[in-house]
Ligand binder design. Sequence first.
Ligand SMILES: *[C@@H]1O[C@H](CO)[C@@H](O)[C@H](O)[C@H]1NC(C)=O
Ligand SMILES: *[C@@H]1O[C@H](CO)[C@@H](O)[C@H](O)[C@H]1NC(C)=O
Ligand SMILES: *[C@@H]1O[C@H](CO)[C@@H](O)[C@H](O)[C@H]1NC(C)=O
Ligand SMILES: *[C@@H]1O[C@H](CO)[C@@H](O)[C@H](O)[C@H]1NC(C)=O
Length: 479
Amino acid sequence: MKAFLVILSIIFVTVAKGSSEKVTIECDSVTYFKSYFRSGAIHSSDFDVTCYIDNARENFDLIKTCAGFKSIYFNIICSNLTYLSTKNSIIKKIPSNFFMQVPKLTTFIATNVNLEEIHRDDFKDAENLIVLNMADNMIELLESEIFSYLKKLRILDLSNNKITSLDEETFIGSGDDLYEVYLSGNKINILDYNVFKPIATNKLYPLKLNMDSNKVQKIKESNEPNSIQFHVLSLNKNQISKFSCSGVKISEIYLEENGLETFDCDAQYISIAKNNVKVLKLQNNAKGLGISQNNIKVFSVDEKSEMMSLDMSDNGDISLQLEAVKNMTKLRRLSISSSFIGTVYDDLFAKMENLTYLYMNSCGLKSISSRLFLKNTELKFLEISNNQLEKLDLNVFIGSRQLSYIDISNNKLSRIGNIEKIKTILPELKQIKIYGNPWKCIEFSTIMRTLKQLNIKIADNEPINKNYDVPNVSGIPCY
Ligand SMILES: *[C@@H]1O[C@H](CO)[C@@H](O)[C@H](O)[C@H]1NC(C)=O
Ligand SMILES: *[C@@H]1O[C@H](CO)[C@@H](O)[C@H](O)[C@H]1NC(C)=O
Ligand SMILES: *[C@@H]1O[C@H](CO)[C@@H](O)[C@H](O)[C@H]1NC(C)=O
Ligand SMILES: *[C@@H]1O[C@H](CO)[C@@H](O)[C@H](O)[C@H]1NC(C)=O
């Protein structure tokens, strides 16, 4: 079976409304599909019509607007409309029988139209609707079973409205396909897992729910443990101080900027940056964790951890938490930038044989041992800028032949040991950042010459030396 495009045209119609204001409907992408069987016999034909209503008011009449098409397209437009979006319109209520006039509508977008109320019966004839976007409006209330006529609905966007609460009846009767629900920017103050039971139980595609930027403080546990499942639960920018998800399965949880103090949830991807979490005991199946800008004091996970990506930057002194980091042997990406780590022992990364990206900027590093990266054969990207390194010998990278990017800027380096062996030690090196070190001029000329010969890029944003009293090599000062 194949489908192809037969008609593509732009159609315009204007219907006078009052003296000055005009409702217009503009349609494009009138696509005529024909589907064929292999034999060539026509299987079916269909129209896909995208229209934009401009300047509609709440009492506008879609049929009349459509009837303005004095053309052969009339029928196509009016009865085959699949995608309808509003512009410059004010529609405080959905006009009665609205969806009856557009039986094939699959996408309805009425954002920023001052919509104040929606009711269950508004959607009685919207049985083909797949995408309903009513973001940026003034909706306060969602009555019981409000979406129960929308059996095909997949994506519901009610972000930036004035919804204060949801109850256990809100989603009853909603179709099984509903898997993306956006409720960010409302005023909901409790996350009650039971509200989502009708749309988060036994789903082929588990629910993605976004409730960022609400006023959630409390979590109400599920009263039917282990039946509710979220693919994504996003609760950034709320006021949750204690989070738990016992009895609820969540694959990805986002809780940034909540003032969070305790977190207990066995999710695969966890993002709790910008909180105040002190104690974190991780389950083994967590694969990604973002805990930058917290205050982690107790951190534990065992050696069977599946963790592949950890961002623990900006957490104060984490020297005592490195034991748990060491247990994450599957790490591929690790950032501990702007966290103080003190003395780094040789074995810190020794079991992370797949470590590829490592960020250790501003960690208070005074030295690194020659054996630190010995086992990190996959390391490609290394940032150790803004530390106090006085010595760096290329032999430290002898185990990491894949390295292609190194940032050693803003340290206290005056030379790089074994620079002449760079080609043998780092055959893949493409780029290095070196500015902000007190380079010794004689040695630095050698460094620069070697890098140039090997076509290794000195990273782009090197600050230009403005102090003409200081000698320089290619604009980078040396002493
Ligand atoms: C779509 O347009 C065609 C052509 O005018 C018309 O025959 C058909 O009835 C329309 N489809 C529906 C569902 O109204
Ligand atoms: C590291 O893993 C071991 C073995 O699984 C465990 O006994 C130990 O408590 C873990 N350490 C931390 C700090 O989590
Ligand atoms: C590193 O990656 C390889 C290939 O994906 C995998 O077989 C191996 O188990 C990984 N090592 C660790 C320590 O996870
Ligand atoms: C670099 O040094 C040369 C003299 O060796 C000088 O002419 C030039 O202005 C300096 N460039 C910068 C950017 O300081």
